[in-house]
Ligand binder design. Structure first.
Ligand SMILES: [Cu+2]
Length: 463
């Protein structure tokens, strides 16, 4: 089938965007530089120096992609490439990402902006980028094979579209998607309102939920994976490697969470109730909001919630699936609660001098113990705070609300100094008497008590 000149004009998106949004192809004469970073701590927000004012977002353990203005267009350059990401101190993963990191840098722009995004492929296989949630010409939607040819290794493609609405969006490949997302290819795309007074907040945090299957001791995730992920990350980091969310008392705060894992995550924040104000579909009308303390983030979706930071403290924020606040563990671990392993341990130590019996009372001892682990492996749960071991891993961090933090200051203020008399305290008086519940009657395997309980008879006692 031959393509006529008229078809090419029709494909440039004029019908949707109107006469003002002419194709910028002729202006795209050089590729802007592709900034890159390997820093794994939060980089300072990128305040706008021209155009409409906005409160920039901060990306946990990440950064915002600088752009250059070229005529009417904001030009960005993403490079898809293999990266090394420290998941937390003690473990590095070999992932795929953008501009030196997984996830890629956050793209920030303003409603109405025309953006031109150069995408260079330095992966060993082809890729594309889909702009999740954006309203754009179909040919810019980034679905390999369906809306564009794939970007072959070594090639650069150009995406051009106008940002039709403000909100929170994501970007990720739509080519060999299961593999490329399981390797860490994703990023946030935040569009600020043109009117800076709309939806204004004082702090605006973004992070993406991603999951990996990395065998203890390995560096590269398994990609032929459907459900068995063992690293549950925010921006490809796990606790205690996740930045705290530092907030000044009195701030209006927004937290935007996108989920590109293969399961849902109920994100729970302590100390506050809050409301969802935005999804990847757009802003939620005030009369349609309801209070929550846990927000389920479905697969392939974003939720932004807001609160007024009026309660100072160190407030936990975490996924409420308790196995998502743990790192890789042996799936074959049996439940030894209630089992006395002392005798067994003595015999094991003759064979294996380092043997440590664990788990007879629960697994909390694993949070405190520095066990020998294979190289490049994190403990199943770890992290310390001012009162001891936190016994967490994976999707866990702390919202640190403090008085007197500067409006542009995101540095960790340390642990919260609790006012005297406001911390749970140990009872030192007489201990309560231990009363035991009566032992229930024996039951058979079906759970129903035997029809007749045989009592020892005088006949039996003579045997
Ligand atoms: Cu989760």
């Amino acid at each position: 089938m031959s393509i006529s000149r008229r078809d090419l004009v029709g494909a440039s998106g004029l019908a949707l965007l109107g006469a003002a949004a002419v194709s910028g192809r002729v202006q795209a004469q050089s590729i802007p530089e592709a900034p890159t970073t390997t820093a794994n701590t939060m980089q300072p927000p990128l305040y706008p120096t021209s155009g409409p004012d906005y409160q920039p977002v901060v990306t946990l353990n990440g950064w915002t992609l600088p752009w250059r203005q070229n005529g009417d267009w904001k030009e960005f350059h993403l490079v898809a490439e293999p990266v090394e990401r420290e998941i937390a101190p003690g473990m590095t993963a070999r992932l795929w990402g953008y501009n030196g990191q997984s996830p890629g840098p956050t793209i920030e722009a303003v409603e109405g902006d025309k953006v031109r995004i150069f995408v260079t492929n330095r992966l060993p296989e082809h890729t594309t980028i889909h702009w999740h949630g954006q309203i754009l010409p179909c040919g810019m939607d980034g679905v390999g094979g369906l809306t564009q040819p794939h970007i072959k290794p070594g090639k650069t493609f150009v995406y051009e579209f106008q940002l039709m609405k403000s909100g929170t969006f994501m970007y990720h490949p739509h080519a060999d998607e299961m593999v490329q997302m399981a390797m860490g290819m994703m990023g946030f795309f935040v569009v600020h309102p043109r009117d800076p007074r709309q939806h204004r907040v004082d702090r605006d945090f973004v992070f993406l939920l991603s999951a990996y299957d990395i065998e203890p001791g390995a560096y590269v995730p398994k990609v032929a994976e459907m459900l068995n992920f063992n690293m549950w990350t925010w921006n490809s980091r796990v606790f205690p490697g996740i930045d705290p969310l530092v907030v000044a008392k009195g701030d209006r705060v927004r937290v935007r969470v996108g989920n590109l894992t293969m399961t849902n995550h109920p994100i729970h924040m302590h100390g506050y109730d809050f409301e969802v104000t935005c999804t990847d579909g757009g802003w939620v009308r005030p009369e349609a909001r309801w209070p929550e303390v846990t927000i389920d983030i479905p697969v392939g979706a974003m939720r932004a919630y807001e609160f007024d930071a009026i309660h100072p403290g160190d407030w936990a924020i975490h996924c409420h699936k308790s196995h998502h606040t743990m790192n890789a563990m042996g799936h074959g671990i049996r439940n030894f609660i209630g089992v006395d392993k002392k005798q067994f341990a003595g015999r094991m130590k003759r064979l294996v001098p380092d043997y440590m019996p664990m788990g007879s009372a629960g697994m909390a001892d694993m949070g405190e113990m520095e066990m020998p682990l294979p190289d490049n492996t994190l403990p199943m749960m770890t992290g310390f705070a001012q009162f001891g071991a936190v016994e967490m891993g994976g999707m866990f961090s702390v919202v640190k609300v403090r008085e007197g933090i500067g409006s542009k200051d995101y540095r960790d203020p340390g642990w919260y100094q609790h006012p005297p008399g406001t911390v749970a305290w140990e009872w030192k008086g007489p201990q309560p008497a231990v009363t035991r519940a009566p032992t229930p009657a024996r039951t058979d395997r079906s759970g129903t008590p035997p029809a007749r309980v045989v009592k020892p008879s005088s006949h039996d006692s003579h045997k």
